[in-house]
Structures are given as structure tokens and as C-alpha cells.
Write a protein that binds this ligand. Structure first.
Ligand SMILES: [Zn+2]
Length: 482
């Protein structure tokens, strides 16, 4: 690049950095979001209220094409749940029905299957019928129990219980602190999951496990829930490109889900990603306004609904915007970003190795080197884009920070009643919003861009390399829905 171009790019990056670091808007917005709407569960009044709030903010920030795209599906509304120990003594334990848990009552013996990985189920005699009719219990997170061990998602652990003929499934938080854990079951958006599933606290799980080591444990669980037809909306808005740019038709997409679980305001998951997206939109729109034109590519800021029950919003988005996906240079997902401390940010790419040295070099040149990793994952809104061949990544935490995050494993306070505003660190949000805005600016402006879209057979190879293809085929999620 010519010196003048380099200088102009630096000046623009500095303007964006200054605007982002000079503002506490991200935390202030998170406070509004959490304290005004309560939880934002898919299809709930809180989710609808948050949608209106986002539309108003995007208009106030001067974004264009501010849009709400609604879609309908079968919702889930929590009724009541109880878990009673009948043997070895009578006591009621704390438990949460997992979203899309069917209503019903089950009384059966408990079987503990450790981490709930495939080899744990095998050792428990799943194939020989040893779990048939039982209430099966496993750890929620397979963390910290031997490096390199497979670590399955909740749905896989649950489906192993279903396949083994279990009558119900219990899912145990691995973080102490009397926090029952939640997380959607298969069936999200369609109807009841095959068998009841409940989330327990670490302490309840430990008590049940100790009893089971010495005697028979009999449990009775009872759940009520309803499945009304509901509506949710994806929200998005654009910062149009400089009309003189030869790449004005291309897009850079950023965003995350704004729904939460129904047991807390989801301050970190994903209030944090929501306000970081909003703040990046504010900062970049304000710098574009100052210079009197947009950037080389269109920036789109997305807020997906109904992620927690199975990525319903982002699947709906890619379905409606399919003809545009070839023009999406990069999709940056913001889910539980900005946790922990400022400077923890990492860019986690979704099976796009050619971007590893690229972003490592780009952030080094920005004077703010960011850890860049490459790990294909399916559990958030980048996934429908990745399944359609779009290069994607997300803002997460450095490996060191993620492993030491307040001494908690996995999602930490996420998916528990403790995911509240007091866990958010204003400076971490500010720092993550700054990194996000700078990365988006760079990605929208850069003339050099080594990443390419994947053809379907290449996506299939990415999934095979990540060890995910068989599970996706078994659950009917590959090939992806059209
Ligand atoms: Zn999330």
C-alpha cells in the first residue's frame, strides 16, 4: 500500500478506537436491557420488548434499513417442576425443567453416567439395556477431567440417554454455588422433547451421586409446561458502503443473539454480545458520519432471536437472505463476548485456517495483538452461516482466561440464575466493543483478503475434520435445511 493509504487507514482506526474507548455506552445499555425487560426467553414479552428497544437504538444511532423480520414457531413456557427423592430418604431437591421438556411425571431409579460421553454410556451398559426405564444423570460440562477428552454438547448427552431407553435425564452443573443449570433440549421450536430433562445444581448432583454409590436411589420428577404458538423477530440494520467503493455490494456481518434463558436476564449470555454489537454499530456509524461516507463494504449489524432453543433466528436469517450469502465477506459472531477482564478478547475462527496469520498480523499492526484460534463449533449463530460456506468467527476469550475464568468451567454463570448484571465488567465490555469495532473496520476496508467461501463438499470436510459430521447426520442436521 502507498504511504498515504496506510496513513489514512491508521487515522481511521484511531478515530474508531478513540470513539469506542471514550464511551461507557455498552455497560449503560446492558443495564437498561437487563433492568427493563427481565429475561428475554424466545417468544416471551421480554424478548419482544428488547426487540423494540434495539430498533429504537439503531434508528437513534443513524443506521439505515432498520428491520425486524418475524417468524412463528412452537414456543415453550415453563410451568412448575419438582424433583423428589423417595429412597434412601425423603427430600425435595432443587431442579429446573430444561426448555422443551415435556410435561409429565416419572418415578424411577437413578443411574449416574459420569460425564455422559459415549464411553461413559458404554461403561454404564447402555447398549445392554442397563439404563432402560431409568433416570439417567450426567455432568453438564466435560471440563477439567483429562485433557483431550471429547466434550459433547448437552443435546448429544441427552440423546444418548434417549437412545438408551431412559425415562428421564438429569444434567448437573459442574460449578459449585447452588446454581441449577439450564439449556434447550432437542425439539426447540417444534414441540416436546422425547423425554423429560432437568438441570440440577452441582451440590444436588454430588449428593445424588454419593447416595447412589451406597444404595438404591429412587426419584420422582414432575413437570408442567405449555407449548403455545409464538412469534420472534430478528433485528438488523446497515451502515451502507461508500457508494464510490468498487466493493460496495459486499457485506461484513456482525452480531449475536439477544434472547436469553428464562431464569435470569442473561447479562453475559447474551446481553453482553448484544450491547457490544450495538456499540460497534454506534461507533462505526458515528465515524462514517464524520467522514461523510461509509466504508469500502456494507456493514450489517444483526440481533438474532430464539438462539437458546436451537439457533432458530439465525437459521431463519440465512434462509431469507440466502441469495446474499455469497457477498458476505465475513460473519463475526458475538456471543458471551466481553467476559472476564479487559484484554481477554480472542478471535475464534470457525475452520478458516487462512485467516489465522491474517488476523494475527492485522491486530499486531493495530498495536493490540489479539489471540487468534481456529475451532469449528456448532453451538451459536455463526453456525448457519458456516454451514452455508461463509467464513465466520467470533469474539471469545483467550485460552488462559477461559480456563481460569473466575475458577468456573464451561459457561460459568451462563445458563444459570446467576447470569445477572453484577457479573458484567464495564471495562471488559468497553474493551471488547473496541476490538470488535476495529476488527469490523479492518475487515470492511481491507483490500487483501485471503479467505474464501466453502462449497458444500468443503463444509462437509470441515465438519468431518472437526469430528462433528456423524452426529449432525444422525440428528438430521446435515445436509443443512434449505
Ligand atoms: Zn449465547
Amino acid at each position: 500500500m502507498a504511504t498515504a493509504t496506510v496513513d489514512a487507514a491508521r487515522a481511521l482506526d484511531k478515530a474508531v478506537s478513540g470513539e469506542a474507548m471514550g464511551s461507557q455506552a455498552a455497560y449503560a445499555t446492558l443495564r437498561d436491557l437487563c433492568d427493563t425487560f427481565g429475561h428475554r426467553f424466545a417468544g416471551s414479552p421480554g424478548e419482544r420488548g428488547a426487540a423494540t428497544f434495539l430498533l429504537e437504538r439503531l434508528r437513534a444511532y443513524g443506521l439505515e434499513g432498520v428491520t425486524a423480520e418475524s417468524f412463528r414457531y412452537t414456543g415453550w413456557v415453563r410451568g412448575s417442576e419438582s424433583l423428589d427423592v423417595l429412597e434412601p430418604l425423603h427430600v425435595r431437591m432443587r431442579a429446573l425443567a430444561l426448555p422443551y421438556c415435556p410435561a409429565g411425571e416419572v418415578e424411577a431409579e437413578l443411574r449416574w453416567v459420569g460425564d455422559g460421553e459415549a464411553d461413559d454410556y458404554a461403561a454404564a451398559g447402555a447398549a445392554q439395556g442397563a439404563l432402560r426405564g431409568a433416570i439417567v444423570m450426567s455432568a453438564a460440562e466435560t471440563a477439567g477431567r483429562g485433557a483431550g477428552r471429547a466434550s459433547s454438547h448437552r443435546r448429544e448427552k441427552y440423546m444418548r440417554a434417549v437412545t438408551a431407553g431412559a425415562a428421564a435425564y438429569l444434567y448437573v452443573n459442574q460449578n459449585p454455588g447452588d446454581m441449577p443449570v439450564t439449556g434447550g433440549l432437542p425439539g426447540g421450536g417444534k414441540g416436546p422433547a422425547p423425554i423429560p430433562g432437568l438441570g440440577l445444581t452441582f451440590e444436588t448432583g454430588e449428593q445424588l451421586r454419593r447416595w447412589q454409590e451406597r444404595s438404591t436411589v429412587r426419584l420422582r420428577l414432575s413437570v408442567t409446561a405449555s407449548f403455545p404458538e409464538v412469534e420472534s423477530s430478528n433485528i438488523y440494520a446497515d451502515l451502507p458502503a461508500d457508494s464510490a467503493s468498487p466493493s460496495a455490494q459486499e457485506l461484513v456481518v456482525a452480531g449475536g443473539h439477544y434472547d436469553s434463558h428464562d431464569i435470569s436476564p442473561g447479562a453475559l449470555d447474551n446481553g453482553a454480545g448484544t450491547v457490544i454489537t450495538l456499540e460497534a454499530a454506534r461507533v462505526l456509524a458515528s465515524i462514517a458520519r464524520e467522514r461523510g461516507r461509509g466504508f469500502a463494504r456494507r456493514l450489517r449489524f444483526c440481533f438474532f432471536a430464539a438462539e437458546e432453543i436451537g439457533l432458530l433466528g439465525s437459521w431463519e436469517y440465512v434462509r431469507r437472505h440466502r441469495e446474499e450469502l455469497d457477498r458476505v465477506r465475513f460473519m463475526l459472531n458475538l456471543d458471551t463476548s466481553g467476559r472476564g477482564f479487559p484484554g481477554n478478547e480472542a478471535l475464534v475462527l470457525t475452520g478458516i485456517p487462512e485467516l489465522l496469520p491474517y488476523y494475527a498480523g492485522a491486530t499486531e499492526q493495530m498495536g493490540y495483538p489479539v489471540e487468534v484460534r481456529n475451532r469449528f463449533s456448532s453451538a451459536s449463530d455463526h453456525f448457519p452461516f458456516a454451514m452455508n460456506g461463509v467464513p465466520t468467527g467470533g469474539i471469545g476469550q483467550t485460552q488462559l482466561a477461559a480456563s481460569a475464568l473466575n475458577g468456573l468451567v464451561g459457561r460459568g454463570w451462563g445458563h444459570t440464575p446467576a447470569d445477572t448484571l453484577d457479573k458484567a465488567n464495564p471495562k471488559s465490555l468497553q474493551s471488547a466493543a473496541t476490538v470488535t469495532a476495529r476488527l469490523l473496520l479492518h475487515t470492511a476496508q481491507a483490500e487483501d483478503w485471503p479467505a474464501h467461501h466453502r462449497a458444500p463438499e468443503q463444509v462437509e470436510q470441515q465438519l468431518a475434520d472437526a469430528g462433528m459430521l456423524e452426529a449432525l447426520k444422525l440428528s438430521g442436521r446435515w445436509p443443512p435445511p434449505r
